[in-house]
Design a protein. Structure first.
Length: 114
C-alpha cells in the first residue's frame, strides 16, 4: 500500500527558510512524478513544484528562484527547500505522487509571519 509521509513544516519569520520532506512507500518504479502542492482555506489547491521521472522540474511562477524541489537517489523521497519565505507562502503543503495511481500526503502546515 502506497503512503506518503510529510515532515518539515512549521512557523518561520518572513525571509527565513524551511525544508519539507516527503517519503513514499511501495515500489518506486511506477512513479512518473512527485510534487508539492499547497492550499489556503477557501481556495483551490495549487501546484508549487513538480519533479518528473526524467528529472524535469516545474515551478509555480510565485516560487521560482526561491523554492527548489529535489529527490534522493532511491527516488522515494522528495524535498522542497523553501528560501526567502513570504507571508503569502502560508498554507498547508501537500505531497503528491503520480504512479501507478494518484496519492496525496496528509499535509503539513507552513506559517510565515511578517
Amino acid at each position: 500500500q502506497v503512503q506518503l509521509v510529510e515532515s518539515g513544516g512549521g512557523l518561520v519569520q518572513a525571509g527565513g527558510s524551511l525544508r519539507l520532506s516527503c517519503e513514499t512507500s511501495g515500489s518506486t518504479s511506477s512513479i512518473s512524478a512527485m510534487g508539492w502542492y499547497r492550499q489556503i482555506p477557501g481556495k483551490q489547491r495549487e501546484m508549487v513544484a513538480s519533479i518528473y521521472k526524467s528529472g524535469t522540474v516545474n515551478y509555480a511562477d510565485s516560487v521560482k528562484g526561491r523554492f527548489t524541489i529535489s529527490r534522493n537517489n532511491a527516488q522515494n523521497t522528495v524535498y522542497l527547500q523553501m528560501n526567502s519565505l513570504e507571508p503569502e507562502d502560508t498554507a498547508v503543503y501537500y505531497c503528491k505522487r503520480v504512479g501507478p495511481y494518484v496519492y496525496w500526503g496528509q499535509g503539513t502546515q507552513v506559517t510565515v509571519s511578517s
